[in-house]
Design a protein around this ligand. Structure first.
Ligand code: ADP
Length: 433
Protein backbone atom coordinates (compact mmCIF):
# COMPACT_ATOMS: atom_id res chain seq x y z
CA UNK A 1 0.00 0.00 0.00
CA UNK A 2 1.36 3.49 -0.81
CA UNK A 3 2.65 5.38 2.21
CA UNK A 4 0.09 8.24 2.01
CA UNK A 5 -2.80 5.72 2.00
CA UNK A 6 -1.27 4.00 4.99
CA UNK A 7 -0.98 7.36 6.77
CA UNK A 8 -4.57 8.27 5.84
CA UNK A 9 -5.80 4.95 7.18
CA UNK A 10 -3.93 5.54 10.45
CA UNK A 11 -5.52 9.00 10.84
CA UNK A 12 -8.98 7.61 10.15
CA UNK A 13 -8.49 4.63 12.47
CA UNK A 14 -6.97 6.89 15.18
CA UNK A 15 -9.94 9.31 15.14
CA UNK A 16 -12.45 6.42 15.06
CA UNK A 17 -10.67 4.63 17.92
CA UNK A 18 -10.55 7.77 20.10
CA UNK A 19 -14.23 8.52 19.34
CA UNK A 20 -15.19 4.84 20.03
CA UNK A 21 -13.27 4.83 23.30
CA UNK A 22 -14.89 8.11 24.36
CA UNK A 23 -18.29 6.61 23.41
CA UNK A 24 -17.69 3.49 25.49
CA UNK A 25 -16.53 5.53 28.47
CA UNK A 26 -19.46 7.94 28.30
CA UNK A 27 -22.04 5.37 27.11
CA UNK A 28 -22.69 7.68 24.09
CA UNK A 29 -21.11 5.56 21.38
CA UNK A 30 -23.08 6.84 18.37
CA UNK A 31 -22.81 10.60 19.10
CA UNK A 32 -19.11 10.19 19.88
CA UNK A 33 -18.51 8.30 16.62
CA UNK A 34 -20.44 10.98 14.71
CA UNK A 35 -18.34 13.71 16.39
CA UNK A 36 -15.21 11.77 15.40
CA UNK A 37 -16.39 11.61 11.76
CA UNK A 38 -17.20 15.34 11.86
CA UNK A 39 -13.71 16.06 13.19
CA UNK A 40 -12.24 13.92 10.38
CA UNK A 41 -14.35 15.84 7.81
CA UNK A 42 -13.40 19.17 9.42
CA UNK A 43 -9.72 18.25 9.17
CA UNK A 44 -10.17 17.51 5.44
CA UNK A 45 -11.94 20.84 4.88
CA UNK A 46 -9.09 22.57 6.73
CA UNK A 47 -6.51 20.85 4.47
CA UNK A 48 -8.51 21.75 1.36
CA UNK A 49 -8.72 25.39 2.44
CA UNK A 50 -4.95 25.37 3.09
CA UNK A 51 -4.30 23.98 -0.40
CA UNK A 52 -6.57 26.57 -1.98
CA UNK A 53 -4.71 29.29 -0.13
CA UNK A 54 -1.37 27.98 -1.24
CA UNK A 55 -2.51 27.72 -4.88
CA UNK A 56 -3.87 31.28 -4.77
CA UNK A 57 -0.63 32.65 -3.36
CA UNK A 58 1.49 30.46 -5.58
CA UNK A 59 3.15 28.76 -2.62
CA UNK A 60 3.93 25.13 -2.81
CA UNK A 61 5.20 24.12 0.65
CA UNK A 62 3.40 20.99 1.84
CA UNK A 63 3.22 22.58 5.30
CA UNK A 64 1.56 20.38 7.87
CA UNK A 65 -0.32 18.30 5.32
CA UNK A 66 -0.72 14.63 6.19
CA UNK A 67 -2.00 11.49 4.49
CA UNK A 68 -3.67 11.96 1.12
CA UNK A 69 -3.22 15.74 1.33
CA UNK A 70 0.50 15.34 1.54
CA UNK A 71 0.38 13.24 -1.66
CA UNK A 72 -1.81 15.87 -3.40
CA UNK A 73 0.64 18.60 -2.34
CA UNK A 74 3.63 16.64 -3.55
CA UNK A 75 1.97 15.83 -6.90
CA UNK A 76 1.17 19.52 -7.42
CA UNK A 77 4.72 20.49 -6.49
CA UNK A 78 6.14 17.99 -8.97
CA UNK A 79 3.89 19.29 -11.73
CA UNK A 80 4.87 22.85 -10.99
CA UNK A 81 8.59 22.04 -11.01
CA UNK A 82 8.22 20.18 -14.32
CA UNK A 83 6.26 23.15 -15.70
CA UNK A 84 9.05 25.55 -14.70
CA UNK A 85 11.66 23.33 -16.31
CA UNK A 86 9.61 23.22 -19.52
CA UNK A 87 9.17 26.98 -19.58
CA UNK A 88 12.94 27.39 -19.05
CA UNK A 89 13.69 24.91 -21.85
CA UNK A 90 11.21 26.58 -24.21
CA UNK A 91 12.56 30.05 -23.54
CA UNK A 92 16.11 28.73 -24.08
CA UNK A 93 15.03 27.20 -27.40
CA UNK A 94 13.32 30.44 -28.39
CA UNK A 95 16.43 32.49 -27.52
CA UNK A 96 18.57 30.08 -29.48
CA UNK A 97 16.25 30.28 -32.49
CA UNK A 98 16.25 34.09 -32.29
CA UNK A 99 20.04 34.25 -32.02
CA UNK A 100 20.36 31.96 -35.02
CA UNK A 101 17.96 33.95 -37.19
CA UNK A 102 19.51 37.23 -36.03
CA UNK A 103 22.96 36.12 -37.04
CA UNK A 104 21.83 34.88 -40.47
CA UNK A 105 23.28 36.85 -43.40
CA UNK A 106 19.88 36.48 -45.14
CA UNK A 107 17.04 38.89 -44.46
CA UNK A 108 14.13 37.16 -42.71
CA UNK A 109 10.78 38.79 -41.92
CA UNK A 110 7.42 37.52 -40.74
CA UNK A 111 4.46 39.23 -42.34
CA UNK A 112 1.01 39.25 -40.74
CA UNK A 113 -2.36 40.41 -42.06
CA UNK A 114 -2.08 42.54 -45.26
CA UNK A 115 1.61 41.80 -45.29
CA UNK A 116 2.31 43.96 -42.26
CA UNK A 117 5.67 43.40 -40.61
CA UNK A 118 5.40 41.33 -37.43
CA UNK A 119 9.07 40.65 -36.91
CA UNK A 120 12.35 40.78 -38.82
CA UNK A 121 16.04 40.13 -38.25
CA UNK A 122 18.89 42.71 -38.45
CA UNK A 123 19.84 41.58 -41.99
CA UNK A 124 16.36 42.64 -43.14
CA UNK A 125 17.31 46.17 -42.02
CA UNK A 126 20.59 46.06 -43.94
CA UNK A 127 19.22 44.51 -47.13
CA UNK A 128 15.59 45.68 -47.30
CA UNK A 129 15.40 48.66 -44.94
CA UNK A 130 12.96 46.83 -42.63
CA UNK A 131 14.17 47.99 -39.21
CA UNK A 132 12.31 45.97 -36.61
CA UNK A 133 10.86 46.84 -34.05
CA UNK A 134 10.41 50.43 -35.37
CA UNK A 135 8.38 49.20 -38.34
CA UNK A 136 6.17 46.69 -36.49
CA UNK A 137 2.69 46.66 -38.00
CA UNK A 138 3.62 48.67 -41.09
CA UNK A 139 2.73 47.18 -44.50
CA UNK A 140 5.80 45.89 -46.34
CA UNK A 141 4.76 47.57 -49.61
CA UNK A 142 4.94 50.97 -47.92
CA UNK A 143 8.38 50.24 -46.50
CA UNK A 144 10.05 48.75 -49.56
CA UNK A 145 9.05 51.05 -52.38
CA UNK A 146 10.10 48.81 -55.20
CA UNK A 147 7.48 48.37 -57.96
CA UNK A 148 8.81 44.92 -58.90
CA UNK A 149 8.69 43.69 -55.33
CA UNK A 150 5.26 45.17 -54.73
CA UNK A 151 3.94 43.51 -57.86
CA UNK A 152 5.44 40.20 -56.73
CA UNK A 153 3.84 40.51 -53.28
CA UNK A 154 0.47 41.53 -54.70
CA UNK A 155 0.51 38.71 -57.26
CA UNK A 156 0.84 36.06 -54.58
CA UNK A 157 2.56 33.64 -56.99
CA UNK A 158 5.62 32.68 -55.04
CA UNK A 159 6.67 29.51 -56.83
CA UNK A 160 9.73 31.30 -58.28
CA UNK A 161 12.03 33.61 -56.29
CA UNK A 162 12.22 37.24 -57.38
CA UNK A 163 15.58 38.78 -58.31
CA UNK A 164 15.67 42.49 -57.39
CA UNK A 165 18.21 45.13 -56.43
CA UNK A 166 18.31 45.97 -52.75
CA UNK A 167 16.31 49.12 -51.95
CA UNK A 168 19.05 49.99 -49.41
CA UNK A 169 21.98 49.59 -51.79
CA UNK A 170 21.48 49.36 -55.54
CA UNK A 171 24.77 47.48 -55.95
CA UNK A 172 23.35 44.51 -54.02
CA UNK A 173 21.29 41.94 -55.92
CA UNK A 174 18.75 39.97 -53.91
CA UNK A 175 16.92 36.74 -54.48
CA UNK A 176 13.68 37.00 -52.54
CA UNK A 177 10.92 34.53 -51.84
CA UNK A 178 7.78 34.40 -49.73
CA UNK A 179 6.34 31.25 -48.17
CA UNK A 180 3.05 30.89 -46.28
CA UNK A 181 3.36 29.81 -42.66
CA UNK A 182 0.88 26.92 -42.64
CA UNK A 183 0.14 26.85 -38.90
CA UNK A 184 -0.14 30.62 -38.65
CA UNK A 185 -3.26 31.56 -40.63
CA UNK A 186 -2.43 34.26 -43.13
CA UNK A 187 1.10 34.84 -41.99
CA UNK A 188 4.00 34.70 -44.44
CA UNK A 189 7.71 34.23 -44.19
CA UNK A 190 9.86 36.46 -46.39
CA UNK A 191 13.49 35.57 -47.03
CA UNK A 192 15.92 37.64 -49.11
CA UNK A 193 19.44 36.47 -49.90
CA UNK A 194 22.36 38.52 -51.22
CA UNK A 195 23.30 36.88 -54.56
CA UNK A 196 25.43 39.74 -55.93
CA UNK A 197 28.50 37.55 -56.37
CA UNK A 198 26.68 34.66 -58.06
CA UNK A 199 24.76 37.13 -60.27
CA UNK A 200 27.92 38.80 -61.56
CA UNK A 201 29.69 35.46 -61.92
CA UNK A 202 26.83 34.23 -64.04
CA UNK A 203 27.00 37.31 -66.28
CA UNK A 204 30.80 36.95 -66.56
CA UNK A 205 30.41 33.28 -67.43
CA UNK A 206 27.82 34.01 -70.12
CA UNK A 207 29.95 36.83 -71.57
CA UNK A 208 32.98 34.57 -71.50
CA UNK A 209 31.26 31.75 -73.39
CA UNK A 210 30.01 34.25 -75.99
CA UNK A 211 33.48 35.80 -76.37
CA UNK A 212 35.28 32.47 -76.63
CA UNK A 213 32.80 31.30 -79.26
CA UNK A 214 33.45 34.49 -81.18
CA UNK A 215 37.24 34.06 -80.87
CA UNK A 216 37.04 30.51 -82.20
CA UNK A 217 34.56 31.34 -84.94
CA UNK A 218 36.84 33.95 -86.56
CA UNK A 219 39.69 31.59 -87.52
CA UNK A 220 37.18 28.87 -88.40
CA UNK A 221 35.43 31.27 -90.80
CA UNK A 222 38.77 32.07 -92.44
CA UNK A 223 39.63 28.36 -92.78
CA UNK A 224 36.17 27.50 -94.13
CA UNK A 225 36.36 30.40 -96.66
CA UNK A 226 39.76 29.29 -97.91
CA UNK A 227 38.65 25.68 -98.23
CA UNK A 228 35.61 26.78 -100.23
CA UNK A 229 37.77 28.90 -102.52
CA UNK A 230 40.23 26.03 -103.02
CA UNK A 231 37.41 23.60 -103.77
CA UNK A 232 36.30 25.87 -106.62
CA UNK A 233 39.76 26.47 -108.04
CA UNK A 234 43.00 24.93 -106.82
CA UNK A 235 44.93 25.28 -110.06
CA UNK A 236 46.72 28.50 -108.99
CA UNK A 237 49.74 27.12 -107.10
CA UNK A 238 50.67 30.56 -105.76
CA UNK A 239 47.22 30.99 -104.24
CA UNK A 240 47.32 27.41 -102.96
CA UNK A 241 50.57 28.11 -101.13
CA UNK A 242 49.23 31.36 -99.58
CA UNK A 243 46.02 29.61 -98.55
CA UNK A 244 47.91 26.79 -96.84
CA UNK A 245 50.00 29.35 -94.93
CA UNK A 246 46.84 31.19 -93.86
CA UNK A 247 45.16 27.95 -92.74
CA UNK A 248 48.29 27.08 -90.74
CA UNK A 249 48.30 30.53 -89.12
CA UNK A 250 44.63 30.30 -88.16
CA UNK A 251 45.00 26.74 -86.86
CA UNK A 252 47.95 27.87 -84.78
CA UNK A 253 45.91 30.75 -83.39
CA UNK A 254 43.15 28.37 -82.39
CA UNK A 255 45.67 26.00 -80.80
CA UNK A 256 47.17 28.83 -78.72
CA UNK A 257 43.71 30.01 -77.67
CA UNK A 258 42.56 26.51 -76.69
CA UNK A 259 45.82 25.87 -74.84
CA UNK A 260 45.47 29.18 -72.91
CA UNK A 261 41.86 28.33 -72.13
CA UNK A 262 42.89 24.95 -70.76
CA UNK A 263 45.65 26.55 -68.65
CA UNK A 264 43.22 29.09 -67.26
CA UNK A 265 40.51 26.54 -66.50
CA UNK A 266 43.07 24.29 -64.75
CA UNK A 267 44.24 27.25 -62.65
CA UNK A 268 40.68 28.28 -61.82
CA UNK A 269 39.74 24.80 -60.67
CA UNK A 270 42.30 24.94 -57.88
CA UNK A 271 42.37 27.47 -55.06
CA UNK A 272 46.07 27.04 -54.51
CA UNK A 273 48.96 25.56 -56.44
CA UNK A 274 49.30 21.81 -56.14
CA UNK A 275 53.12 21.94 -56.02
CA UNK A 276 55.32 23.33 -53.32
CA UNK A 277 58.66 23.46 -55.15
CA UNK A 278 61.80 25.37 -54.33
CA UNK A 279 61.88 27.58 -57.39
CA UNK A 280 65.29 28.95 -58.35
CA UNK A 281 63.95 32.26 -59.65
CA UNK A 282 67.30 33.75 -60.84
CA UNK A 283 67.95 30.65 -62.96
CA UNK A 284 64.39 30.66 -64.27
CA UNK A 285 64.60 34.35 -65.22
CA UNK A 286 67.91 33.81 -67.03
CA UNK A 287 66.18 31.18 -69.21
CA UNK A 288 63.14 33.42 -69.76
CA UNK A 289 65.42 36.31 -70.79
CA UNK A 290 67.09 34.06 -73.40
CA UNK A 291 63.68 32.99 -74.68
CA UNK A 292 62.66 36.67 -74.87
CA UNK A 293 65.61 37.37 -77.16
CA UNK A 294 64.56 34.42 -79.34
CA UNK A 295 60.94 35.64 -79.36
CA UNK A 296 62.03 39.13 -80.34
CA UNK A 297 64.00 37.66 -83.27
CA UNK A 298 64.54 40.21 -85.97
CA UNK A 299 62.92 42.95 -83.89
CA UNK A 300 66.09 42.83 -81.77
CA UNK A 301 64.79 44.11 -78.46
CA UNK A 302 67.43 44.79 -75.85
CA UNK A 303 66.58 42.41 -72.99
CA UNK A 304 68.15 43.55 -69.74
CA UNK A 305 68.24 41.16 -66.75
CA UNK A 306 68.82 42.63 -63.25
CA UNK A 307 69.14 39.89 -60.65
CA UNK A 308 69.45 41.86 -57.40
CA UNK A 309 68.78 38.82 -55.24
CA UNK A 310 69.88 35.22 -55.32
CA UNK A 311 66.86 34.07 -53.33
CA UNK A 312 64.20 31.80 -54.71
CA UNK A 313 60.52 31.23 -54.05
CA UNK A 314 58.43 28.46 -52.56
CA UNK A 315 55.72 27.67 -55.08
CA UNK A 316 54.74 25.90 -58.26
CA UNK A 317 57.66 26.10 -60.72
CA UNK A 318 55.45 25.43 -63.77
CA UNK A 319 52.88 28.06 -62.83
CA UNK A 320 55.50 30.71 -62.01
CA UNK A 321 57.27 30.04 -65.30
CA UNK A 322 53.97 30.49 -67.18
CA UNK A 323 53.20 33.78 -65.41
CA UNK A 324 56.67 35.31 -65.88
CA UNK A 325 56.83 34.15 -69.51
CA UNK A 326 53.43 35.70 -70.26
CA UNK A 327 54.51 39.06 -68.80
CA UNK A 328 57.82 39.05 -70.66
CA UNK A 329 56.14 38.03 -73.95
CA UNK A 330 53.62 40.87 -73.52
CA UNK A 331 56.46 43.36 -73.00
CA UNK A 332 58.17 42.20 -76.20
CA UNK A 333 54.91 42.22 -78.18
CA UNK A 334 53.91 45.70 -77.07
CA UNK A 335 57.32 47.36 -77.47
CA UNK A 336 58.80 48.50 -80.78
CA UNK A 337 61.82 46.58 -82.07
CA UNK A 338 65.25 47.65 -80.86
CA UNK A 339 63.82 49.16 -77.64
CA UNK A 340 64.72 48.03 -74.14
CA UNK A 341 62.84 45.53 -71.98
CA UNK A 342 64.06 45.15 -68.40
CA UNK A 343 63.52 42.10 -66.18
CA UNK A 344 64.20 42.65 -62.48
CA UNK A 345 64.28 40.37 -59.40
CA UNK A 346 64.73 41.88 -55.97
CA UNK A 347 64.05 41.14 -52.31
CA UNK A 348 63.40 43.77 -49.62
CA UNK A 349 61.66 44.14 -46.28
CA UNK A 350 58.26 43.83 -47.96
CA UNK A 351 58.93 40.56 -49.77
CA UNK A 352 60.19 39.50 -53.18
CA UNK A 353 59.44 41.39 -56.37
CA UNK A 354 59.57 40.34 -60.01
CA UNK A 355 59.11 43.20 -62.44
CA UNK A 356 59.19 43.68 -66.15
CA UNK A 357 59.51 47.19 -67.57
CA UNK A 358 59.12 48.01 -71.22
CA UNK A 359 59.44 51.18 -73.23
CA UNK A 360 56.49 50.41 -75.45
CA UNK A 361 53.10 51.92 -76.23
CA UNK A 362 51.85 51.99 -72.62
CA UNK A 363 48.27 51.56 -71.43
CA UNK A 364 45.65 54.26 -70.69
CA UNK A 365 44.73 54.36 -66.98
CA UNK A 366 41.06 53.46 -67.60
CA UNK A 367 42.04 50.03 -68.98
CA UNK A 368 44.40 49.06 -66.16
CA UNK A 369 41.82 47.78 -63.63
CA UNK A 370 40.28 45.52 -66.30
CA UNK A 371 43.43 44.03 -67.85
CA UNK A 372 43.30 40.82 -65.81
CA UNK A 373 39.73 40.06 -66.93
CA UNK A 374 39.48 37.10 -69.24
CA UNK A 375 39.67 38.12 -72.92
CA UNK A 376 39.96 41.83 -72.09
CA UNK A 377 42.13 43.61 -74.62
CA UNK A 378 42.90 47.29 -75.12
CA UNK A 379 42.96 46.85 -78.87
CA UNK A 380 41.55 43.46 -79.86
CA UNK A 381 42.65 43.45 -83.49
CA UNK A 382 46.15 44.59 -82.61
CA UNK A 383 46.40 41.95 -79.89
CA UNK A 384 45.33 39.24 -82.36
CA UNK A 385 47.88 40.48 -84.92
CA UNK A 386 50.65 40.09 -82.36
CA UNK A 387 49.42 36.59 -81.44
CA UNK A 388 47.66 37.56 -78.21
CA UNK A 389 44.64 35.67 -76.90
CA UNK A 390 43.54 38.15 -74.25
CA UNK A 391 43.98 35.45 -71.60
CA UNK A 392 47.63 36.06 -70.65
CA UNK A 393 47.07 38.47 -67.76
CA UNK A 394 44.09 36.47 -66.48
CA UNK A 395 46.46 33.49 -66.25
CA UNK A 396 49.09 35.65 -64.49
CA UNK A 397 46.48 36.83 -61.97
CA UNK A 398 45.37 33.27 -61.11
CA UNK A 399 48.99 32.10 -60.69
CA UNK A 400 49.70 35.02 -58.37
CA UNK A 401 46.55 34.26 -56.37
CA UNK A 402 47.89 30.73 -55.87
CA UNK A 403 51.10 32.23 -54.48
CA UNK A 404 49.48 34.88 -52.22
CA UNK A 405 51.03 37.47 -54.51
CA UNK A 406 49.73 40.74 -55.99
CA UNK A 407 50.06 42.19 -59.47
CA UNK A 408 50.82 45.90 -59.76
CA UNK A 409 50.56 47.62 -63.12
CA UNK A 410 51.89 51.10 -63.74
CA UNK A 411 51.92 52.59 -67.19
CA UNK A 412 51.98 55.78 -69.19
CA UNK A 413 50.69 55.97 -72.72
CA UNK A 414 53.63 56.41 -75.07
CA UNK A 415 56.39 55.76 -72.53
CA UNK A 416 55.93 52.14 -71.47
CA UNK A 417 54.66 49.95 -68.66
CA UNK A 418 55.89 48.12 -65.58
CA UNK A 419 54.20 44.93 -64.40
CA UNK A 420 55.33 43.93 -60.89
CA UNK A 421 54.54 40.71 -59.03
CA UNK A 422 54.84 41.18 -55.25
CA UNK A 423 55.42 37.94 -53.32
CA UNK A 424 55.06 37.79 -49.53
CA UNK A 425 58.22 37.34 -47.41
CA UNK A 426 56.99 33.92 -46.21
CA UNK A 427 57.50 32.53 -49.71
CA UNK A 428 61.15 33.61 -50.02
CA UNK A 429 63.70 30.81 -49.71
CA UNK A 430 67.49 30.94 -49.73
CA UNK A 431 69.02 28.93 -52.55
CA UNK A 432 72.02 26.63 -52.12
CA UNK A 433 75.35 27.94 -53.47
P1 ADP B 1 47.00 39.46 -74.87
O1 ADP B 1 47.13 38.03 -75.15
O2 ADP B 1 46.04 40.17 -75.75
O3 ADP B 1 48.29 40.16 -74.71
P2 ADP B 1 46.82 39.76 -72.05
O4 ADP B 1 45.80 39.32 -71.09
O5 ADP B 1 48.21 39.28 -71.88
O6 ADP B 1 46.26 39.46 -73.48
O7 ADP B 1 46.84 41.33 -72.01
C1 ADP B 1 45.62 42.03 -72.08
C2 ADP B 1 45.80 43.35 -72.78
O8 ADP B 1 46.66 44.17 -71.98
C3 ADP B 1 46.51 43.25 -74.10
O9 ADP B 1 45.60 43.00 -75.15
C4 ADP B 1 47.14 44.60 -74.22
O10 ADP B 1 46.21 45.52 -74.76
C5 ADP B 1 47.44 45.01 -72.81
N1 ADP B 1 48.86 44.78 -72.43
C6 ADP B 1 49.38 43.74 -71.78
N2 ADP B 1 50.69 43.89 -71.59
C7 ADP B 1 51.03 45.08 -72.12
C8 ADP B 1 52.26 45.82 -72.26
N3 ADP B 1 53.41 45.38 -71.76
N4 ADP B 1 52.19 47.02 -72.89
C9 ADP B 1 51.03 47.49 -73.37
N5 ADP B 1 49.86 46.84 -73.28
C10 ADP B 1 49.84 45.65 -72.67
Amino acid sequence: MPKHWEEELWIFSGITAIAGLAGLLTGQLLPCLLSGLLAYLGWHVYQLAGLLQRLRHNKHAAGRALGLWKAVNNALLEQKTAGHARVRELSYQLDRFRDTVNSLPDAVAILGQQQRVDWSNPAAGRLLGIDWPDVTGQPLTGLVKDPLLNEYLADGKFSQPLVVTSPKNRAIILSLFVAPLKREGNRQLLVARDITREYHLDITRRDFVANVSHELRTPLTVIAGLAEQLALDSSDTGMLQRSIELVQQQAERMTVLVSDLLTLSRLEMQHESSHDDSVAVPELLATIAEEAVALSGEAQHVVQLDLESQNGLRGDAGELRTAFTNLVANAIRHTPGGAEVRIRWQVDGNGAHFSITDTGEGIAARHIPRLTERLYRVDASRSRDTGGTGLGLAIVKRVLDHHDAELEISSRVGSGSTFTCHFPAERIIPLPG
